[in-house]
Design a protein around this ligand. Sequence first.
Ligand code: HEC
Ligand code: HEC
Length: 458
Amino acid sequence: MGVLSASVCFFSCSPVSIGVSKFKLDLEVVIPMNRKYMFVLIPLLAVVALDIAVIAREYATEAPAGFDTPTLAQNPGSQSISNGIAQPAGDTYALDQTKFEQDHDASTGLGPVFNARACADCHQNPVSGGSSQFTEVRAGHLDEDGNFVAATVPINDGASTIANRSLINDRALLPQAQEHLPAMEDLRALRAALNTLGDGFVEAIDDNTLRNIAQRQIALTAGRIHGEAVEVPVLEAPGQSRIGRFGWKDQHSSLLSFIGDAYLNEMGVTNRLRPQDVTTIGKITPDPEDVPDHLGLADIDHFAQFIRGTKVPPRDVALAATAASQAGEAIFENIGCATCHVSAIVTAPPGTSINGGAFTVPEALGDKIIHPYGDFLLHDIGTGDGIVQNPPEDTANKLRTVPLWGLRMHPRHMHDLQSLTLEDAIERHGGEAEQERDHFRRLSPEEQQALFTFLNSL
Ligand code: HEC
Ligand code: HEC
């Protein structure tokens, strides 16, 4: 087992150094001598302890990082480098990416209602698999008991309906299938496209690691911050559930499940996990539209293989090395941002069975240290959108802590992309994060600038 030694200086500025056999990790936590930070010293030490606990597994190594899946008009995927994940027999990583970038039309299953024609239309910045400025609409209303009910949308001048579905599609193959929200569906929200780079590592996080992060938040803040972990069904393992970690509402735990949902919801392509279109108006292809190819792999299998093979978003190494960024990082830890925006997590060991037994953590994804700056748990920070996708009902006004890795690729922030500056995004933190926001307000302009420099290095 690893030998753990940590020395912390309270009143000078030497780094906290933690040596663990097999790998060595230096957490540079500079504690400024400024008096106003004294009140955060004790929580800070607890945060350091959390990081040690989350990180200290014997064989863990850093996950490979890089924007290494460039979108090419010619020979898609030909210059891409995966994280080393083993490919199914006959498959190539370039082929997986080609499928992810392929534009669809009605003849290949697009629609009848949809949002865009390819996964890469919305997941592209700066390379295939990243995020983008795309938003989509979710809607519904409250019943008499105050419970959320997903929207029912009349189409075709009221001759048909799309029932009980919170996702509202922006496009249709025919005008008759176009969705318009009726007035009674008065809970309406915008949701930004999310980054998928590095999500194979997120899928490989053990449920208990997420539960432990939630427990530590409670211990650290006397219950003020209490990330919620929701158990969600694994579509490819009927009857099985796991802690959700993908989507703004943690609505899925498995990449394949999310992808099966996305192929239907974003593009209208039915598949073995979501076998039926939401309307037949304008439909010219039989369900399911996504069928296995000559390798025995359906498109959803290629998409899953592509995303599981991506590297984690890389830091801006030059900016991260500046004194300003490092001071900003210390402030980020000191004022409690890292309680939710967790800076380091270790994935489950290779060979661990996950997703209700439907997937085994491969060599390339197991025992890896990632720096998501997120906890994959739901919180009420006062920005909730009122939409429930999985029980319990109290998730209505909670959102997943958005992982801040790759933050520098978003000029607009938060789930609705309504924050056009980092300051505004931080100012919108209330509820569970009110105290941290108040600490932010008390920083000097120089300290706030250092914090932004750090955030811009992510
Ligand atoms: C029209 C834009 C759009 C298209 C097309 C699209 N997505 Fe998404 N994607 C989104 C949005 C928006 C979210 C966030 C949804 C939410 O949580 O409400 C998202 C989230 C995701 C996530 C979760 C990421 C995370 O870390 O939580 C995955 C995985 C994903 N999409 C995969 C895909 C795949 C695979 C395809 C192609 C089948 C696809 N998406 C097509 C917009 C899109
Ligand atoms: C209680 C947990 C919690 C704490 C503490 C917290 N955050 Fe957040 N943060 C969130 C959640 C949840 C979101 C997503 C909210 C949304 O989209 O409406 C978020 C979103 C953000 C975003 C937007 C990122 C993007 O690209 O959209 C930034 C930036 C951010 N937080 C920075 C900070 C900073 C800096 C601090 C410390 C002052 C902090 N957060 C403290 C939970 C937290």
